[in-house]
Every structure is written in structure tokens, then in C-alpha cells.
Design a protein around this ligand. Structure first.
Ligand code: ADP
Length: 620
């Protein structure tokens, strides 16, 4: 937790928080404020009108006036309750949704961040702290919503009850003792003392809560885990019995009970505060009653006003106490909001150029070619000591097929990440047609690439929408791409063709597809984008041997004039590539076509090929 915030900082943070609420949950803060205002208005208006009715009954007894006042109290109650229920209905709906919208605050930030930051452990921790605070305890934005409600309610109670009691303080009972300002002072002291005791309780509660937050997180996680181990998890039942894991779980439960006892000790201590506050409130109550009744007895006002003053003084007391609570609570949620804003304010460091990428008819060869060149590129992940790529120089032109092979961890995926500008080189330069890729507009630059990552993801939308990555799409083109990717037979069995919904997340009739079929859809998606560069990272890993062979056979037809960069562990699939780059320890150690590389009998390629051949025979 950070240092204490100044009032100016708190106002600034609260204002920004309200701005975030307005942007992501429009109407929620306003709705809460209106509801809180009406909740304060209704009882006080009733008290005020009831006092008038009693005074009339006790005084002139004008029937017309009494009927008017009764109608007024019934009608205002009805109108206020009606408006409040409508506002509450709408606001409750928004409040139930607010967690989803808070999720969008994080999603928007994630989308806007530099990709490099998404993998940064420090930033991930910052994000986790902010989101855990918000989603587990409602700290920050959640507290702000509830805090605004309490603020408006407390402020309205103070203003309205003061306006209803001002005549009490000004009225003259004709007795020095009863009219003495000491009564007002006494009432004031009780109200403020009660408020202070409650505030102290809130402050201590907050301090304990902050201290125990981490333990609660651990407690919840441990409880869920061990609870599942011992009672619900069938998959674990075998292990639990064989290794007697229940004793470990029992010990964990014991530990949790000890911690819980400690927590309960605090609960007892905390209960003393409300008791003290109640005692002070009772003394205040006695003072109020004596003061008001004495004044009424001495003829300062009618009996009806007793109802008004006692009711209003009660509300004044709660209003002041609530306001003190709101102000203390504001400090706490402002600090949580600050944590969230610190995360949201992480700046983007990636330089974004403005140059457009010339859109060329990439099937034409010749001077319209795109050329990508890695010029002496070295790269180290942020925070890492070792280089993942070293002095990489590589050039490839449109229409070429480049295979990238190498052992695990040799830098193949890092090479692709740099090519797609997910990271910028630590040293050296990557050029597109002779220009540093940093100088291009990022979206423009990305628009010339299609990538099928190993861990690609599809959405639970229709097959066609997945292929086109758009809600509206060219059906014919989507079908063609699916056919090219080897899904024509499966497409025939889809109940609604390309309109068939994939997976059952949103639709009961959604179709489940296998991992291999999903990989083909991902391939079709890359083809649909119809761009000059296509990057395939292990594109056949989930396919069965027949489907894999089909893809290899049709590879040239599939890729057409596009430049293909092809990462594969299956060396036989690289044979048809124009060039193979062999990566080792972050550097390209060999380059050439299959036949050339096989001639280098001491080379890594020959070694990798021979090792695979041992297991697959000649047909690796
Ligand atoms: P390959 O794709 O050839 O298996 P990678 O490009 O994924 O290899 O990894 C190359 C090296 O970079 C490895 O040593 C790996 O541990 C390291 N590396 C990969 N990703 C990260 C990361 N996000 N942070 C730090 N090091 C990483």
C-alpha cells in the first residue's frame, strides 16, 4: 500500500474514477446518486408533513388543510418510491453488469499495451494486484460506486435534517436554561463523538483488512484447493489414497483454523467500537429528547414539531457519522484506485512510425517485390541476461519459402515475434524494402502478415466468421480457403455450412471440432487474409499423418505467390522450401536448400535429419 494521499490527490483520483465509471458503466454512478438522494428525502419529507398534520390536529383543526397534508404525504411517498424503484431497477441491472465492464477496463489496457509488457513479470504482478483487489474485494472502482451512494445519502441527510432542525435551535422557550446554547453544544458533541468512534473503528478495520488481505487470498486459495482435494476432486482421489495426501490437507486446515482464530480475536475487539458508539448515541438521544420535549412543554412549538425535530436530529446524527465514514473510506479506495491507475498509465514505449506500407499486387513479380531483411539483429528479452538471438542477418523476398528449423529454445519463435514487431531488436535493424520497419505505421505493417501461431485460438463464432475474423464475410472465399486448408469433407457435414457455430460456449447446437480440424481452420484464416507474407509455426502439429501429407503435397498451391516462413520440427516438411535456415543458440548456423545442407555431414541439419530418420525411416 502506498503513502497517505493528500486531499487534492484524493479529489483528483475520485474525479478520474468517476470518469472511468462514466466511460465503462454510463448511468451507474448517476443512478446510485439519485437513489441515495431519494432514500434520504423520503423519510424526512414524511416526518416534516406528519409534524404539520399533528400540529394542525392540535391547533386550528382545519379539515381542508388536514386533508391536503394527508394527500401530500401519501402522494410524495408514492412518487418518491415509484421514481426510486424505477431508478433502482435500472441501476441494479447496471451494478450487476459492472464487473463485466470492469473486466473491459483491463481488456482495453491489455490490447493497447506493448506486447513486450504483456510478458513482463513486474507488470503482470501489478496487473494481478489491481485486478485481484477489484474482483475479490471490490476495492477501488467497486468501493467508489458504493462510496458515491453513501456520500450523496449522507450529504442529503445532513442538509435536509439541518434545514428541519434550524427552527428548533432558533425557537424561544422563554427559559434561560432551556434556551441555552449548551444544549446544542451537547447534541453536537454526542453526534461528533459517535462519528469519531465509528471512524476510529473504520480506520482500524481498514488497517486489519489491509493486513489480512494477503492472508485471505492465501486462505481462500488454500481452502478451495484442499476442500477440492478431500471432497470433490475425483481425478485426485487415487493420489490422495495412495500417498495419504489427506494428512497434508488436514495440517493445512489446522493452520487455517489457527489463522481464523487470530482473525476472530480481532472481530471481538472490533465489536467494542459499535457498542461504544451505541452508548454515545443513547446519551445523545436522551439529550435530544429532553431538550425538544422541554421546549415544547414551555410552548416554543406544537407537539407535532416534536416528531419533526426528533426525527431530523436522528437523521443528522446518522448523516454526520456516515459522512465521516465516507471520507475515511474515500482514502482507502483512492489508494486502490491509484494502484489501478498506475497500471493503466504504463506508457507504451514502442516507437510507432507513420509510413504507409505500399499495397502491391503481390502476385506480380519484379520491381513490385517486397523484401524483408534482418540486418545483424540481436535480441534480449526485457529483464533477461542472455541473448535469445545473436547477430542474425537474413534476407527473403516475396514468393520464397523459407524454412526455419532448430532445436527447442534456439530462437525460432523469437525470430517470428521480431518479424511481427511484437518486440523490437535490441541491436540491429529489420528492414522492409530497405526501410526500418519501426518507421512504418504498425497496423499497416501488420496488415501484410498472416501468422498461424502454434497456440492459435478460435472464437465460438460461426466457422465463416472465424475464417474471415469478421462478422460479415465473403462466403465463397471462406469456403475456398477451408477447402484449400483440407476441410472440404468436414465442411459438408457442418449443419449450416460456414454459418455453423463452433463450440458450445454460446450456442447449444454449436459444433465441437477436433484439434486438427481447428488447426486447418486457423490455416484457412491465414489464407483468407490474403496477404504477401504467411508465417506458419508448426502448422501441422495437431494433424494426423494423412492430413499432414496432404498439406505438404498441396503446399505450393496453398501458398501461391505468398512468401512463406515455415517453422517445423518435421524436417521432411522443409524439403520443398527454397531455403532452410538452421537456428542454434540464437544464431543461424547453416543456410541452404535441403540437398546442400545434407552435404554438410558435420552440420547440425544433417544431425537433426539423421536423428529423425532413425525413428521415421527414410520417409521423415
Ligand atoms: P524456439 O521457438 O526455437 O523453441 P524461442 O524463440 O521460444 O525458441 O526461445 C529462445 C530463447 O529465448 C530460449 O532460451 C527461451 O528460454 C528464451 N525466451 C523465450 N521467451 C522468453 C521470454 N518471454 N522472456 C525471456 N526469455 C524468453
Amino acid at each position: 500500500m502506498k503513502k497517505r494521499l493528500t486531499i487534492t490527490e484524493r479529489i483528483k483520483i475520485t474525479k478520474r474514477g468517476i470518469g472511468v465509471l462514466k466511460q465503462y458503466c454510463p448511468g451507474l454512478a448517476g443512478g446510485k446518486a439519485v437513489s441515495a438522494l431519494l432514500a434520504a428525502v423520503q423519510p424526512l419529507v414524511s416526518v416534516w408533513l406528519s409534524a404539520k398534520i399533528i400540529n394542525e390536529l392540535d391547533g386550528e383543526r382545519r379539515m381542508k388543510q388536514i386533508l391536503f397534508l394527508v394527500a401530500a404525504v401519501v402522494l410524495t411517498n408514492f412518487i418518491v418510491l415509484l421514481v426510486k424503484s424505477i431508478v433502482d431497477r435500472v441501476t441494479e441491472e447496471k451494478e450487476a453488469q459492472m464487473w463485466n465492464f470492469f473486466g473491459k477496463v483491463f481488456a482495453d489496457k491489455t490490447m493497447a499495451m506493448d506486447y513486450a509488457d504483456l510478458e513482463d513479470a513486474k507488470i503482470l504482478q501489478q496487473k494481478q494486484a489491481a485486478s485481484q483487489n477489484l474482483f475479490m474485494f471490490g476495492n477501488g472502482l467497486g468501493q467508489l460506486v458504493w462510496g458515491l451512494n453513501s456520500l450523496v445519502n449522507a450529504a442529503a441527510n445532513i442538509v435536509l435534517s439541518l434545514s428541519l432542525t434550524i427552527t428548533l435551535f432558533l425557537s424561544d422557550a422563554g427559559s434561560k436554561a432551556v434556551d441555552s446554547p449548551l444544549w446544542i453544544l451537547g447534541i453536537g458533541i454526542c453526534v461528533v463523538l459517535g462519528g469519531l468512534v465509528n471512524s476510529r473503528a473504520t480506520q482500524e478495520e481498514n488497517a486489519i483488512f489491509e493486513k489480512w488481505c494477503n492472508i485471505t487470498v492465501w486462505f481462500n486459495r488454500a481452502f478451495t484447493f484442499f476442500g477440492q482435494v478431500l471432497s470433490t476432486s475425483l481425478e485426485r482421489a487415487k493420489d490422495v489414497r495412495i500417498y495419504k495426501q489427506n494428512t497434508t490437507a488436514d495440517r493445512a486446515f489446522q493452520k487455517m483454523e489457527e489463522r481464523d482464530k487470530e482473525a476472530r480475536a480481532h472481530v471481538l475487539h472490533m465489536a467494542a467500537y459499535p457498542a461504544l458508539a451505541a452508548a454515545i448515541a443513547s446519551i445523545g438521544n436522551i439529550v435530544c429528547w429532553v431538550y425538544v420535549v422541554l421546549k415544547a412543554y414551555l410552548g416554543a412549538f406544537g407537539v407535532g414539531s416534536i416528531v419533526q425535530y426528533i426525527g431530523a436530529l436522528g437523521k443528522l446524527g446518522t448523516g454526520v457519522q456516515d459522512m465521516m465514514f465516507v471520507l475515511i473510506d474515500n482514502e482507502v479506495y483512492c489508494r486502490h484506485l491509484q494502484g489501478l491507475f498506475d497500471y493503466l498509465d504504463i506508457p507504451n514505449h514502442k516507437y510507432e512510425g507513420t509510413l504507409p506500407v505500399e499495397k502491391r499486387a503481390f502476385c506480380d513479380r519484379g520491381d513490385t517485390d517486397y523484401e524483408i531483411e534482418f540486418c545483424n539483429v540481436s535480441f534480449r528479452y526485457p529483464g533477461a541476461e542472455a541473448y535469445s538471438l545473436r547477430n542474425l542477418s537474413l534476407k527473403f523476398k516475396i514468393g520464397e519459402r523459407l524454412a526455419v528449423v532448430g532445436k527447442n529454445g534456439s530462437g525460432k519463435t523469437t525470430f517470428i515475434k521480431l518479424l511481427c514487431r511484437l518486440y523490437d531488436p535490441t541491436e540491429g535493424e529489420i528492414r522492409l524494402n530497405g526501410v526500418d520497419i519501426r518507421k512504418y505505421d504498425y497496423d499497416e505493417y501488420l496488415s501484410i502478415f498472416s501468422v498461424v501461431f502454434q497456440d492459435f485460438k478460435l472464437f465460438s463464432f460461426s466457422l465463416g466468421q472465424n475464417v474471415a475474423t469478421a462478422m460479415e464475410y465473403d462466403k465463397k472465399k471462406a469456403e475456398q480457403c477451408l477447402k484449400k486448408a483440407g476441410l472440404s469433407e468436414r465442411l459438408k457435414t457442418m449443419p449450416n455450412g460456414t454459418d455453423t457455430i463452433l463450440y458450445k460456449d454460446f450456442e447449444a447446437e454449436g459444433v465441437e471440432i477436433s484439434g486438427g480440424e481447428a488447426q486447418k481452420v486457423a490455416l484457412a484464416r491465414a489464407l483468407y487474409k490474403d496477404v504477401p507474407f504467411i508465417v506458419l509455426d508448426e502448422p501441422t502439429a495437431a494433424l494426423d499423418p494423412i492430413a499432414e501429407a496432404e498439406i505438404y503435397l498441396k503446399f505450393n498451391e496453398l501458398i501461391g505467390q505468398k512468401t512463406a516462413i515455415y517453422i517445423s520440427h518435421r524436417l521432411s516438411s522443409c524439403k520443398f522450401c527454397d531455403e532452410i535456415a538452421v537456428f542454434d543458440n540464437g544464431a543461424v548456423v547453416q543456410r541452404g536448400c535441403h540437398e546442400e545442407l545434407m552435404l554438410e555431414r558435420n552440420g547440425l541439419y544433417h544431425e537433426l535429419w539423421s536423428t529423425q530418420a532413425q525413428y521415421y525411416g527414410n520417409a521423415v
